[in-house]
Ligand binder design. Structure first.
Ligand code: SF4
Length: 102
């Protein structure tokens, strides 16, 4: 498989890989309780499904099903940031897919 590199990072050309990260909930976050887990060491986090995505991901559209209610950590995650690009790269390398890195 050829891994083509394009010039622009966009959520439209991504598998929502940031929604595979652990999302720790902060005071003031108000997400549906059935989407929340508690880690053994204490903090509440967004629950993940068996495939590793946040349980709030709408898999038919690969976007956030609770966008207006999404946690503060998700609101701060910046498209095209170094963190975004490194997560895309890790995902691309693991799954051998074409994904925009820079
Ligand atoms: S709450 Fe929404 S934006 Fe945040 S990780 Fe889950 S699906 Fe992604």
């Amino acid at each position: 498989m050829t891994l083509e590199k394009r010039s622009e990072v966009s959520c439209d050309r991504c598998d929502a890989v940031c929604c595979r990260l652990t999302v720790v909930l902060m005071p003031g976050d108000n997400v549906p309780r059935h989407l929340v887990d508690r880690l053994p060491d204490g903090p509440e986090v967004m629950r993940k499904d068996e495939d590793g995505w946040c349980a709030a991901v709408d898999h038919s559209k690969m976007n956030c099903s609770i966008y207006e209610q999404r946690p503060s950590v998700c609101r701060k995650f910046s498209m095209g940031s170094a963190y975004c690009r490194s997560e895309r790269e890790r995902y691309r390398d693991r799954h051998l897919i074409d994904i925009v890195l820079a």
